[in-house]
Design a protein around this ligand. Sequence first.
Ligand SMILES: *Cc1c(COP(=O)(O)O)cnc(C)c1O
Length: 395
Amino acid sequence: MTEHHSTRAVHAGEEKHKPDHTLTTSIARTSTFTFRDSAEIAAFMQEKAGGNAPFSRSEYGRYGNPTQAAAERKLADLEGGERALLFASGMAAISTTLLTLLSSGDHIILSRDSFYQTRELVDVLLSRWGIESSLVENDHPAAFAAAIRPKTRLMFVESISNPFLRVVNLPKIVEIARGHKLLTVVDSTFATPINMRPLEFGADIVIHSATKYLAGHNDLLAGAVIGSQAALADIAAVRRLLGGITSADDASLLIRGMKTLGLRVHRQNESGLRVARFLEKQPGIERVWYPGLESHPDYDIARQLMSGFGGVVSFEVKGDFEKAGQFVDSLKLPFIGPTLGGVESIILQPAALYSLDPFERKLAGMKDNLLRYSLGIEDAEDLIADLEQALKTAF
Ligand SMILES: *Cc1c(COP(=O)(O)O)cnc(C)c1O
């Protein structure tokens, strides 16, 4: 029986019959795991010598725990991967993956509008170990091909980028990467496995900031890496060394969050399209960035690859830095702050949180009048009515 996404989100990865007859997966809040006797240690060592990770148990909290393992199985199932690894944050997932796959002298190709801390990690930290990088335009597969060098190891792209929601032509990128025996790593945080599954298009590794849609409630930080057993084996080994693993408490919250992933994301897809269409018609709004709008540069590729376009709508208000701030202040529903993908709507003027210096903002390509609105699960009518009253107040 091939089950649909919400069915799998509820049931996958967890045993039907659990210890103590609980319905939910318990929180294994423990730093370590004990052995009954020396014979049990010997049996465990035999299993490990067989080499078929993941093993039936963990011996220490930094190597894994059963709550986290259940969340990993659920996520692997949703993304269509053989295995998932959870991390303490999206950045722990990204840094552990890149530190595993790249060595001194290697070269990585990164899309220019990648998450800014992914770029910073590559530019500032990995460069110290002699790892070189090229930044290329997300919408220009030929530029990825042109950037390949003899020591290029991998291409790192985002399925939907932030804040302009550019959708990468993943099948094309994968084709180029495979032609040169490179790995394709996709940060698919914005898409979620509900809207797009990069492994189906041939990507080797999918990464999430599970802090966002997967957890969905703005109450935890987590990251994930999903792929084949072979692709993840070394990353799992390095996670033991770097130690950026999720706690059992957060893994439990993540399991709970993922059960409603389909419900939430379908709702956010619907609201996203409605809000984007509404904003596009408003005289106070200069431009709307949403891949489900025909006016978005990646509308065609988004429709080919994705079944929904998500709950983030970026838009530019008519006016300057101050005007954009005034508009944000006129909204009554959303919280003001970074992050996205949760049940609560959150709006951010990215330039305001980036730098006080207009020149620095300009240099970084931050548009002063740009707002990123992450729609929660409130009713679209209310979100739109709120935007309507804010437009009247500010313009
Ligand atoms: C938030 C985010 C990250 C970083 O994740 P954290 O959980 O904050 O460490 C990475 N990539 C994308 C696309 C993000 O939105």
